[in-house]
Write a protein that binds this ligand. Structure first.
Ligand SMILES: Nc1nc2c(c(CN[C@H]3C=C[C@H](O)[C@@H]3O)cn2[C@@H]2O[C@H](COP(=O)(O)O)[C@@H](O)[C@H]2O)c(=O)[nH]1
Length: 369
């Protein structure tokens, strides 16, 4: 389990560190807390981001009404999103892996000037622009989801695949090229070029698949040091596990026995939705910075507080949902988890852009979310 791996890591590092240089080095090298423990620790020590228990309960009540609907079901991943693979096979798994590798930083400086991708008579922005660009490339005969191709593709070839239908390119193209070629090379060298081999090694454990991803692929190692402790947020690694779960599982075969160990994905949209819905609150000072469009640095205290409190806030929403549903005699433990709450809130944030405009997203340029 995570504890054993955590302990082993600690043991290895402590042996190494006894000859090491002091406390800071120790904090830097220590194995990180799990995303769930990180969320709790960050919330308990946060100075500018607060969880509002009244709002948490209200969101839980709102979501309880949805819990039995299609929008809140594992089937929704396919049926509500036409760009996602619609049937499970090895190519679909490798689509999810390649897309998750580049699933970061789509926000644009100006709402009226952003990267857009037209695909099959529809125009997509943000994360969906990435998916549309991938499907456009596959239709053009470019094997963009095959590691044997993308491990050695050139920056120019990637720029062509991700080309925008406006004069605004997708952000961080050079970083995307570096991340994609590095990750593809590792998938070829260690897993025969297919994410199916990672899935097979996970032995039906979401926790194990998460560990395989963060231990082998550096670009997924979304960690930080907060108040001297190493914390893990693992946003893209956890979306990868969750999207894999959504692709392979079904109502009567959940595939992973421990999907509830996966937390929400600490991106820049869910915090906005949680504040808009009253489940989370920013200090006046932080809100002022957000409204000024301040560019935050990945790993700085305020940014980690926003992401960590979001994780813990969704954990609390899940707990209250299960409590409320149990009171109604409904045991939906399998249907209510942080992943499905996240998916629902993410789609909600997409559909309520205008109503949420008074809560700015926090702006960071990094490869982690
Ligand atoms: N918390 C969370 N963050 C998510 C996703 C997704 C898409 N995945 C699911 C969506 C449908 C399918 O069900 C996929 O499974 C993308 N993002 C993040 O959002 C940001 C992009 O936002 P915008 O600029 O508006 O496109 C960026 O950080 C991106 O990494 C999610 O589901 N949850």
């Amino acid at each position: 389990t995570f504890q054993t791996i955590h302990y082993t890591w600690k043991k290895i590092y402590s042996i190494k560190l006894n000859s090491g240089k002091g406390f800071i080095f120790k904090a830097q090298m220590e194995a990180p807390l799990s995303p769930k423990e990180s969320g709790k620790f960050i919330t308990e020590n946060s100075k500018d981001v607060f969880i509002e228990n009244k709002g948490v309960r209200e969101v839980a009540e709102l979501l309880c009404e949805k819990a039995a609907t299609k929008e809140f079901s594992i089937e929704g991943w396919k049926s509500l999103h036409e760009l996602n693979p619609q049937k499970m096979d090895e190519a679909a798994l490798n689509w999810v892996f390649a897309v998750s590798t580049l699933n970061f930083s789509f926000w644009s400086e100006r709402e009226d000037a952003k990267c857009l991708v037209k695909y099959k008579d529809k125009t997509y922005s943000g994360y969906w622009a990435l998916c549309a660009a991938f499907n456009r490339a596959l239709d053009e005969g470019i094997p963009i989801t095959s590691a044997s191709y993308y491990a050695t593709m050139t920056l120019e070839q990637l720029k062509h695949v991700l080309r925008s239908d406006t004069n605004v390119p997708m952000p961080l193209l050079e970083e995307r090229h570096q991340v994609l070629t590095e990750t593809g090379t590792i998938l070829l060298e260690k897993f025969g070029g297919s994410f199916l081999n990672c899935l097979k090694k996970s032995e039906h454990s979401a926790q194990k698949l998460l560990q395989i991803v963060v231990e082998n692929f550096p670009a997924f190692r979304d960690e930080a040091v907060f108040m001297g402790k190493r914390v893990a947020l693992y946003k893209r690694a956890q979306i990868l596990v969750a999207d894999t779960w959504s692709l392979v599982a079904s109502k009567d075969d959940l595939y992973f026995h421990d999907i509830s160990c996966i937390t929400m994905f600490a991106d820049y949209r869910i915090p906005q939705a949680l504040v808009h819905l009253g489940a989370m609150r920013y200090s006046d000072d932080l809100m002022k910075k957000l409204k000024e469009g301040v560019l935050f640095q990945s790993g700085e205290q305020l940014e980690v507080e926003i992401r960590g409190c979001s994780i813990w806030c969704v954990e609390l929403i899940r707990d209250i949902m299960l409590e409320l549903l149990a009171k109604k005699g409904q045991d939906l433990t399998d249907e209510v988890n942080a992943v499905l709450i996240d998916y629902y809130l993410w789609d909600y944030a997409r559909d309520h852009r205008r109503e949420m405009a008074d809560i700015p997203i926090h702006r960071v340029r990094c490869i982690y979310y």
